[in-house]
Design a protein around this ligand. Structure first.
Ligand SMILES: C[S@@+](CC[C@H](N)C(=O)[O-])C[C@H]1O[C@@H](n2cnc3c(N)ncnc32)[C@H](O)[C@@H]1O
Length: 424
């Protein structure tokens, strides 16, 4: 592979913003890709994938580049970033260029490869994770499962689409994509999922812009089905099912629920951020979804005022709490989270998880069902939260029905958790 200077410099500049200015990798990648209109698909994919690879393997590459001090201080000079890039290139059998930026870089390829093999015996280096995360994963999941899971979470995530059954079917979507030479396969046991055979950015595709599909990991597509929308007497009532998606964000799950309900019933999509709900409404428009109304949760000094929720108490046949979480189950698509997360944040988010469970469960009506979900693999964010809730005053009216712990090394998709409870 021949390296192009403007692409490599774009990668290095992006890494500086992600590492030194604490910017989110996906946002920086999106901005960088807009930088030069002349870049073709291959250039764009080189830039995006190289950035993500170096983010993913930051600790390992820093060790191999002998710049651990930069890793410890979390500060990278341009020279350090060129060094990380050089290690990436050597491990990918790519010749280092003789541009001025690479002057003085004289790593011995064989030494780097030997060192790489040695470090592959030590999990925190092999999987390129901070010490605290390695300890936590081991403590929560046990050594054996953690070893397999973190390895799976370091794989590149497959691109999975969800066919919008309000506008198309899985088979029709596959045909429509195939006409554009985009080959796909169905995903067994995931009813609306279509997986691309070859990774490709698809956000600029007309079928996407016209709402024929959403980009949604297969595990995430399990949640709407888990709400048990079909098997219920309420379906026969005139109003249809009343659903509250309490942490709706930009609406991944709400949109899926709407399509399963074929636009019947009513979904109230809530979030604390209006900008996410604006995005949700745009996506709903594209998808021909008409049964979602949004509700922006009011806050004062960053605190949610619970009195606003009284109007929703005991009103919903289904309440979904797709709770804010560490996101450790989606590390394959967001490797940057390894470096941005910390134990303090994790403690805070666990408190929020219990708070939203305590408060939003009150919206479930008698006989109705509550689903608590996260894209985390940690029991402390998942089943332990449900257990704490069930043992609390607000939880005593609920009966546990079942839960599912989705691990990436078992499915090849994101790590997820979902539990369904019924209000008695
Ligand atoms: C896991 S994300 C939701 C993803 C979304 N359901 C989807 O399918 O695309 C969690 C969401 O909870 C929101 N959130 C955080 N704190 C909240 C709170 N106290 N009440 C409601 N939503 C909250 C966040 O803004 C974020 O959008």
């Amino acid at each position: 592979m021949r390296l192009h200077r403007n692409l490599v410099l774009a990668v290095i500049e992006s890494l500086s913003q992600i590492f030194n200015q604490n910017k989110q990798a996906d946002k920086i990648v999106a901005i960088t890709l807009k930088q030069d209109k002349r870049w073709g698909a291959r250039d764009r994919s080189f830039v995006a994938e190289t950035i993500y690879e170096i983010v993913r393997w930051k600790r390992l590459y820093a060790k191999l580049a002998e710049i651990e001090i930069a890793f410890e201080n979390d500060k990278y000079s341009t020279q350090n970033l060129v060094q990380l890039f050089s290690v990436w290139a050597i491990l990918n059998e790519i010749e280092l260029p003789n541009w001025e930026e690479f002057e003085g870089i004289n790593y011995d390829k064989e030494t780097i490869k030997e060192e790489y093999n040695k470090l592959s015996q030590i999990r925190k280096y092999k999987e390129s994770i901070p010490d605290w995360l390695d300890n936590l994963g081991k403590q929560e999941l046990g050594d054996e499962i953690w070893t397999k899971e973190i390895a799976a979470l370091n794989n590149q995530a497959p691109v999975v689409l969800r066919a919008n059954t309000l506008k198309t079917s899985v088979e029709k979507l596959q045909k429509q994509l195939s006409e554009q030479n985009i080959e796909t396969e169905k995903v067994t046991d995931y009813l609306e999922a279509v997986q691309l055979l070859k990774r490709k950015s698809i956000v600029r595709n007309a079928l996407y812009k016209d709402g024929f599909f959403e980009i949604q990991d297969a595990s995430s597509q399990l949640i709407a089905h888990f709400l048990d929308l079909e098997n219920d007497e309420e379906n026969t009532s005139k109003k249809g099912l009343q659903i509250i998606d309490t942490c709706a964000g930009a609406g991944g799950k709400s949109l899926h629920i709407a399509s399963l309900l074929q636009n019947k019933g009513q979904i109230t999509a809530m979030d604390i951020y209006e900008n996410k709900l604006i995005e949700l409404r745009k996506r709903a428009n594209r998808a021909d979804v008409h049964n979602i109304k949004t509700y922006c949760i009011k806050r004062k000094n960053n605190k949610v005022d619970n009195s606003q929720f009284k109007q929703f108490y005991n009103s919903a046949d289904r309440v979904l709490i797709d709770a804010p979480c560490s996101g450790l189950g989606v590390l394959s698509r967001n490797p940057d989270a390894k470096w941005k997360l910390n134990l303090e944040f994790l403690e805070e988010i666990k408190q929020t998880q219990q708070t939203v469970l305590q408060e939003y469960s009150k919206m479930t009506k008698k006989g109705g069902k509550l689903v608590y979900a996260t894209c985390s693999i940690l029991p402390s964010e998942n089943q332990n939260q449900v257990e704490i809730f069930l043992n609390s005053e607000n939880g005593k009216d609920f009966k546990f029905i079942e839960d599912r712990k989705i691990l990436s090394h078992q499915t090849g998709f994101d790590g997820f958790y979902m539990a369904i409870l019924q209000k008695m």
